[in-house]
Design a protein around this ligand. Structure first.
Ligand code: NDP
Length: 392
């Protein structure tokens, strides 16, 4: 029986609150708070049980502290934007609340994401006896747990890790992103970076592509090398990794639109003067693109996200692939959201559940791979994200 505060009423927040409602024995009292209260109320109206809603500007620590003081949550799930991670962590420290998020902190004025800012909270969370769980989405999140599971059960040494994220779904829109457009475009247009031979290697965005044959009838797709935040924590926590890369599929149509938008300056995060007003082109673009939360009924097809791992077991070389396939239509039927929101929201709920039930407990700041993967893997199968492993 626990009180949980969920911050962010977007595509992911809607899934988190639906999934928490399905487990009343853990999440007995739920509050959904966001910048726009009407969005929280619209989500609350679709739920099978009552929850509380509130307006909060999560950039303001004092507003968060006031809300937490009133609602008195045991744990806060942050599914607002990466810009709010530090303010929400500050408020959790001030109010004695455990913390979970799905994306690492990014400063607004620089398209750069790294764990340093949040790892710097280690001593403060430890001293307060509180736990902060970072990156409990799918990637980061499940991919970290898949890697820890593989290391524990299938390998003595892991040498190579390829995280491969495929969205084989189609929403029928000329151009739309499956999660927050501003965060998505910042991520995709950043230079690619991978770990090889003990150092980071940077290459221009979307300049390296290969083909990967996805399982269960999805078939061959072009995958593009990118940088993703779990590479930073995984190379730190599995120092035997010689190579670690992150790949994602994009349709030719998505890439064509993105190239034009970039060429005309619409993806820039540098403010410009427009009729005497400062606007950020990427934020303006977000305002005209479809809201990812609206794509649920339009999206068909499946996602397939997994880890391809090479290493040594019992003195022999081994190659192993572990993945989840998620159907956009089935997610919509269950919680009214497409699979990208679903595959992020379910692990956020599971991470929170494991902390609240004591299966994952600790004081300090944790990445997912630092905790026992077993209870998380079990809950994935029970709560809508079953996984499959293959020895290649
Ligand atoms: P959305 O844009 O749909 O939702 C974000 C929500 O946060 C909106 O409801 C917004 O409110 C709210 N919000 C933004 N700023 C504030 C603020 N200052 N105070 C309070 N609320 C605020 O995004 P998504 O749901 O698609 O993504 C949510 C998070 O999930 C992002 O951080 C994203 O990076 C992460 N993510 C992680 C993935 C993973 O696998 N690990 C995959 C996909 C996403 P309003 O609408 O009123 O502006």
């Amino acid at each position: 029986m626990s009180r949980v505060l969920i911050i962010g009423a977007g595509g992911v927040g809607s899934v988190v609150v639906h999934k928490c409602c399905q487990v009343p024995e853990v999440f007995s009292d739920i509050m959904l708070a966001s910048r726009t209260k009407a969005k929280c109320d619209a989500i609350a109206a679709r739920l099978p049980r009552p929850i509380q809603t509130a307006r909060v500007d999560a950039d303001q620590v004092d507003e968060l502290v006031a809300l937490m003081g009133e609602f008195k949550p045991e744990l806060c799930i942050n599914v607002a934007l990466p810009y709010q991670d530090l303010t929400i962590m500050d408020a959790c420290l001030a109010c004695g609340v455990h913390y979970v998020d799905t994306a690492n902190y990014e400063p607004r004025d620089e398209a750069k994401f790294e764990y340093k800012w949040q790892w710097d909270y280690q001593d403060r969370f430890k001293q307060a006896g509180l736990m902060a769980l970072l990156g409990s989405g799918f990637d980061p999140g499940v991919t970290n747990v898949f890697t820890a599971w593989a290391r524990k059960h299938h390998f003595d040494e892991i040498h190579e890790l390829d995280i491969i994220d495929c969205n084989a779904g189609d929403h029928g829109q000329p151009f739309a992103t499956n999660f927050n457009p501003e965060i998505n475009i910042r991520e995709v247009t950043a230079p690619a970076r991978h770990w090889e031979g003990g150092k980071w290697i940077e290459t221009p965005a979307l300049s390296t592509a290969e083909e990967f044959d996805f399982p269960e009838g999805i078939g061959p797709r072009k995958i593009y090398l990118m940088y993703h935040e779990e590479l930073e924590s995984l190379t730190r926590h599995f120092p035997g990794l010689r190579k670690a890369r992150f790949w994602m599929t994009f349709s030719d149509n998505y890439l064509r639109h993105l190239e034009v938008l970039q060429n005309v300056g619409m993806t820039s995060i540098k403010p410009i003067d427009y009729n005497g007003q400062q606007i950020v082109p990427l934020q303006f673009l977000k305002a005209v693109l479809p809201d990812p939360a609206s794509l649920g009924p339009l999206t068909h097809g499946r996602t397939c996200i997994g880890c391809l791992i090479k290493g040594i077991k019992d003195g022999k070389e081994k190659k192993y692939y572990i993945y989840n396939i998620c159907d956009h239509g089935k997610c919509y039927e269950e919680v009214g959201a497409q699979a990208v929101s679903y595959t992020t929201g379910v692990p956020a709920m599971i991470g929170a559940m494991l902390m609240l039930t004591g299966a994952w407990r600790g004081a300090g700041v944790f990445n997912m791979e630092q905790l026992d993967p077993a209870p998380f893997m079990e809950k994935l199968n029970l709560h809508g994200l079953p996984w499959t492993e293959v020895i290649l």
